[in-house]
Design a protein around this ligand. Structure first.
Ligand code: NAD
Ligand code: 6OD
Length: 484
């Protein structure tokens, strides 16, 4: 049986407690994973602290950027291994992981290598009360040891999205990947080692959240700041855990994202775009649209066309090239999604398509597949319209006016992302600016430029990452005021 170990101070370390890494496509065990205990987390944080004081702390920005580019090349050189590991751990189709997850695993390092080389600092010429001047300028220093906690839906993408800017800014990191998807983080540790990243700069501790590596890391006094991606209520628990030590946090949390479709949209493009927005990664992207509001004059036509898209999705083995839709991540998560499928009926929904579990007649029946599902007819107050489901499902509702669509889209405790579909660009800008979210896409979805701010409002997060926002989170800025 394959073993996945912790990576601490430049060495792979096995412990006594283990847990199983499960393939969600058929329920089989992929590997046994070492769960980090208190001693291992302590060692990882101490190693990171020592590394900050050593050779790593003295590297020039140019040298750090060169190292990040080397790591990107290292990921690309082992593209197929990363691909296989990510597909096995998550059950996502190979067509998706090869297009998004693994390329972004390299692109994140390249993007922040570029950015750190050109990132300037602020400076101001200040007039002083005695008629002289002073210069204020800012110095960028590492935050210190950054604790990184990531989820299972885009494991390599989301881990590297945080590791790359943290290292670019000169920090050392201790990362805890999701217990559901430990494999690509372990491979990344191998790439760090072969790229010549000094021991202690990058550490991986495997395990769970509460009473395990996650909690041990977030509450560790040697950790300077926490960056977390995951569920909103986990974010709240972490916030409580770090409150007494006043650590900086960056939280990228859940969403209940709306899409607004106007009658003047490019119909074919919108159906294609929204089919992705609802069903990509089996609906397990924080940015997925779970609430779709459609102008009444095209409502029936839209519903029929989106239903055709849902029914044409190819639920299959993740490793098959033609598969568009894999399983959900776990048996527990499937139970949660199915509970919402059932709740929808009780809340008065009409299930247009899906609502259950597909049957394959082979090993996939032991996996965690669900049918892509489209609901309609729910009141806005329904739990299925309010709560994040995180599966291949959306509720589609008609609207009559722009104001009504905006009000419904904004009627959420979450505020991560939205999309607006219209040929009227003035309206696109206008509506986008009225939406209370961190990111709005107009006539597209999940189109990323890594320099842009990424994050959410309300229950969807705290702070922004991306571009300079990441560099600022992963740095301590020291303002120096010199009187001339
Ligand atoms: P989760 O919150 O259950 O787990 C995320 C990570 O936190 C895991 O590594 C887990 O072990 C750890 N964890 C759990 N409890 C913890 C605790 N008390 N202390 C420390 N660590 C703890 O989330 P998930 O189920 O893995 O991921 C799905 C969720 O993530 C969805 O809500 C989704 O919307 C959200 N998400 C958000 C973004 C974003 O950028 N906003 C991106 C991806 C996923
Ligand atoms: O693209 C990104 O940088 C990013 N953070 C995506 C998050 C997706 C959520 O599941």
């Amino acid at each position: 049986m394959k073993q996945l170990q912790n990576y601490i101070n430049g060495r792979f370390v096995k412990g006594t407690r283990e847990f199983a890494d499960i393939n969600p496509a058929n329920g089989s065990v992929i590997a046994q994973v070492t769960e980090a205990d208190q001693t291992m987390v302590d060692e990882a944080v101490s190693a990171a602290r020592r590394a900050l004081e050593g050779e790593w702390g003295r590297l020039t920005v140019a040298a750090r950027a060169a190292l990040l580019n080397k790591i990107a090349c290292g990921v690309e050189a082992r593209f197929d291994e990363f691909l296989q590991a990510e597909v096995a751990d998550t059950g996502k189709p190979v067509s998706l992981a090869s297009k998004i997850d693994v390329p972004r695993g390299a692109a994140n390092f390249r993007a922040f290598a570029e950015l750190i080389k050109t990132a300037g600092v602020e400076s101001f010429r200040t007039e002083t009360p005695d008629g002289l001047t002073a210069i204020n300028y800012t110095e960028r220093k590492p935050l210190g040891v950054v604790g990184i906690i990531t989820p299972w839906n885009l494991p390599l993408l989301l881990l590297t999205w945080k590791v790359a800017p943290a290292l670019a800014c000169g920090n050392c990191v201790v990362a805890k990947p999701s217990e559901e998807t430990p494999a690509t983080a372990t491979l990344l540790a191998e790439v760090m080692e072969s790229s010549g990243v000094p021991a202690g700069v990058f550490n991986i501790v495997h395990g769970f959240g509460p009473d395990s590596a996650g909690e041990l890391l977030t509450t560790h006094p040697g950790v300077s700041g926490i960056t977390f991606t995951g569920e909103s209520r986990t974010g709240a628990a972490i916030m409580r855990a770090v409150a007494s030590s006043v650590k900086p946090v960056s939280f990228e949390l859940g969403g209940k994202n709306a899409a607004i479709v106007f009658a003047d949209c490019d119909f074919a493009d919108t159906i294609k775009g929204l089919s992705e927005a609802v069903f990509l990664n089996t609906g397990q992207v924080c940015l997925c649209a779970e609430r779709v509001y459609v102008e009444r004059s095209i409502f029936e036509r839209f519903l029929a066309a989106l239903t055709r898209e849902a029914e044409n999705l190819q639920l299959g083995w993740p490793t098959h090239a033609t598969t568009t839709t894999g399983p959900l991540i776990s048996s527990d998560h499937r139970a949660k999604v199915l509970s919402y499928y059932q709740l929808a009926g009780k809340e008065g929904a009409t299930t247009i398509t899906g609502g259950g579990i597909p049957e394959f007649g082979d090993g996939r029946d032991n996996g965690f597949y669900v049918q892509p599902t489209i609901l309609t007819g729910l009141p806005e107050s329904a739990r299925c319209v309010k709560e994040e489901i995180f599966g291949p499902v959306c509720h589609v509702a008609p609207f009559d006016t722009e104001e009504e669509a905006i009000a419904k889209a904004n009627d959420s405790e979450y505020g991560l992302a939205a999309s607006v579909w219209t040929s009227n660009l003035k309206r696109g800008h206008r509506v986008a600016s009225m939406l209370k979210v961190g990111i709005t896409w107009v006539n597209c979805w999940f189109l990323r430029d890594l320099r842009t701010p990424f994050g959410g409002v309300g229950l969807s997060g705290v702070g922004r990452e991306g571009g300079m926002h990441s560099l600022n989170f992963y740095s301590e800025l020291n303002n120096i005021c010199v009187k001339l």
